[in-house]
Design a protein around this ligand. Structure first.
Ligand code: UD1
Ligand code: CA
Length: 446
């Protein structure tokens, strides 16, 4: 297929969000709305992507570049309408093949739908994505006969008969890159809003003797976010879809409705996810791993055969190799746990490397932060860290070593050594009974 350029409109303020944050930066499934649109667009493998920014431009540009450092951004200083927004992008976007225009606040458009529009492009210079909407709705109306579109009339400008049309404009457009600039250049502001309507390119194309067509998709796909309530509804739609998809690809979810995914969550086949598990951004889980109830994961990789939880928290930079076990009330951050490591209970591992088959006793803490800097803890393979060991970083424990339970380890431990860093125990014969008698007699007097 011919090359494709992508333009994403993201200059609007989104005043109905009632927020200091530009609308496209609000999060859906752990990712800014803009990333959802960019992910859809990426499926087309575009030769160039231009993001039009305006409100909160600096933050929106940063967000776009974080997803893909190759995108181009252009500022629309004044938001004079969708047609004006596209006009800003055209000098930067590709001159050949197709140009696809998406909105940054419309997260659910499917790649298959865009492919269908591109296929329809072989028959039309401009293809518009429509959907059927039964209520009044302030959408632009598509004036069409079958697949042939004659014009789009905005709700504000529509007559009663036109408002009765149930075929509406989603906003997504696929056009011949070679003619798009002249179509956009012909748009004026002669309408009820005094804006440059992108939708006018349909009538302009027809007047030039070019053909315009339409592809119809499900209304759910075209859902745009304008309010916090719509954002919440979109979140729930996303999650329902992600759960169904996970199960279809062979993941067991014991209580699907209690599991929450991020846009980029990846879970391999035959993994098992218990109830009440939350996946923050950047989590990958290999086949056959088990995440038990009430776990919170973010920015981590879990290998085959590993088990996590119940009640574990894995924070960014955590890598669990095969067959690692992380149990209840364990927090791991920025740490690599090699094959077969066991961290069963009540432990914090931060900025640590743990060698294979090492066992970390209950209540162990890597004291990684001195109030200013973070320090690393290295623990060799096959070591045994006694319960409630404080590992004051930076510190290295050699292979096949041990620490005595309750130790505060401030110095490196050589391979094969046992380190004990605690006060020696003394037993005072009979003192327990004598003390108890003393306390009781004091209580009686007082
Ligand atoms: C637009 C369509 C309407 C369609 C509806 C679907 C036009 C004229 N109307 O209306 O037919 O039914 O979407 O939701 O296109 N934007 C800019 N710069 C601007 C104006 C808008 O970047 O100057 C961006 C917004 O940030 C947003 C998108 O374009 O992402 C759509 O703009 P919006 O004002 O929401 O258009 P609607 O009035 O909803
Ligand atoms: Ca809108």
């Amino acid at each position: 297929m011919a090359e494709v350029s992508l333009i994403i409109l993201a200059a609007g303020m989104g005043s109905r969000m009632n927020s200091d944050l530009p609308k496209v930066l609000h999060r859906l499934a752990g990712a800014p709305l803009l990333h959802h649109a960019m992910q859809t667009g990426r499926a087309l493998d575009p030769t160039c992507t231009v993001i039009v920014t305006g409100h909160g431009a600096e933050a929106v540009e940063k967000c776009a570049l974080a997803y893909d450092p190759d995108v181009l951004t252009v500022r629309q200083e004044q938001q004079l309408g969708t047609g004006h927004a596209v006009a800003q992008a055209l000098p930067l976007s590709g001159k050949g093949g197709d140009t696809v225009i998406l909105y940054g606040d419309t997260p659910f458009i499917r790649a298959e739908t865009l492919e269908a529009m591109r296929a329809a492009r072989s028959r039309h210079s401009v293809v518009v994505l429509g959907f059927h909407h039964d209520d009044e709705g302030r959408y632009g109306r598509l004036v069409a006969e079958g697949e042939n579109l004659s014009r789009i009339v905005e709700y504000k400008d529509a007559s009663d008969e036109e408002r009765a049309i149930t075929l509406c404009n989603s906003g997504v457009i696929c056009a011949d890159s070679a003619v798009l600039p002249e179509l956009v250049a012909a748009i004026d502001t002669n309408n009820a809003s005094g804006e440059y309507y992108l939708t006018d390119i349909v009538a302009v194309a027809r007047a030039k003797g070019l053909s315009a067509g339409l592809v119809v998709c499900d209304e759910a796909e075209t859902l745009g976010i304008n309010t916090r309530a719509e954002l919440a509804a979109a979140e729930s739609a996303f999650q329902a879809n992600a759960r169904a998809e996970a199960m279809e690809t062979g993941v067991t979810l014991t209580a699907p409705e209690t599991v929450f995914f991020s846009l980029d969550t990846f879970i391999g086949r035959d993994a098992l996810i218990g109830p009440n598990v939350v996946f923050g951004p950047r989590v990958t889980i290999e086949s056959g791993a088990e995440i038990l109830a009430f776990c919170h994961l973010e920015g981590c990789h879990i290998s085959r055969g590993a088990t996590v939880g119940p009640f574990a928290r894995l924070r960014p930079g955590t890598e669990l190799a095969e067959d690692v076990h992380v149990g209840n009330f364990v927090e791991v951050k920025n740490s690599i746990l090699d094959e077969g490591v066991k961290v069963g209970h009540l432990t914090y591992l931060g900025d640590a490397e743990v060698g294979e088959k090492t066992n970390i006793g209950a209540g162990t803490i890597t004291c990684n932060y001195d109030g200013v800097n973070k320090h690393r803890t290295k623990i060799g393979p096959r070591s045994f860290i006694g319960s409630s060991t404080m590992l004051v970083a930076p510190v290295t424990i050699g292979r096949d070593a041990m620490t005595g339970s309750g130790s505060v380890i401030t110095e490196d431990v050589p391979a094969e050594a046992l380190a004990i860093g605690r006060a020696r125990q003394v037993n005072k014969a009979g003192l327990a009974v004598r003390l108890m008698d003393l306390f009781l007699s004091k209580k009686k007097k007082g």
